[in-house]
Design a protein around this ligand. Structure first.
Ligand code: FES
Length: 153
């Protein structure tokens, strides 16, 4: 199935109801790990709503990404509480480990590394979140173990 066919199938699943725009975008993001531009235009056509409205929702929610992302999203908190407890060193270690810079995706499309400002778990800082899993009190020696856990899971 090409992108248009996949998007059409998702929109039909929601009876082309524009009230389900967020759910439709969630399904597309699940399919591609991000929201491809052509998919957003297909959604706009299918639902009969302006592309600006689709983009408005796509950019409002942080869970959505308009750029390609790997299978796993690795978020490193650089908020104040995490920063003072060594988060920049944790980010550097992750950049070395994954061989990419923050904001990039590994060549095998497995991991996207990003930095964020606060993940709402300041007491656990420095915090790294891989997909939905929070890893607190991160330090350099824990960085290697992070990915061992992921492989086992
Ligand atoms: S500053 Fe890192 S979780 Fe709040």
């Amino acid at each position: 199935m090409n992108t248009k066919e996949k998007v059409d199938a998702i929109v039909v699943k929601y009876q082309k109801d524009k009230g389900f725009l967020v759910s439709i975008l969630q399904d597309i993001q699940t399919e591609y790990n991000y929201l491809p531009k052509e998919a957003l235009y297909d959604v706009s056509d299918n639902l009969g709503i302006p592309i600006s409205q689709v983009y408005g929702v796509a950019t409002f929610y942080r869970a959505f990404s308009l750029i390609p992302r790997g299978r796993h999203l690795v978020q490193v908190c650089l908020g104040t509480a995490c920063h003072v407890r060594g988060a920049p060193k944790v980010l550097e270690a992750l950049e070395r480990k994954l061989k990419i810079k923050a904001g990039e995706t590994t060549a095998d499309n497995e991991h996207t590394l990003t930095s964020v400002n606060c993940l709402g778990a300041c007491a656990l800082g420095p915090v790294v979140v891989i997909d939905q899993d929070y890893h607190g009190q991160m330090n350099l020696s824990k960085v290697d173990k992070l990915f061992e856990i992921e492989k086992r899971g």
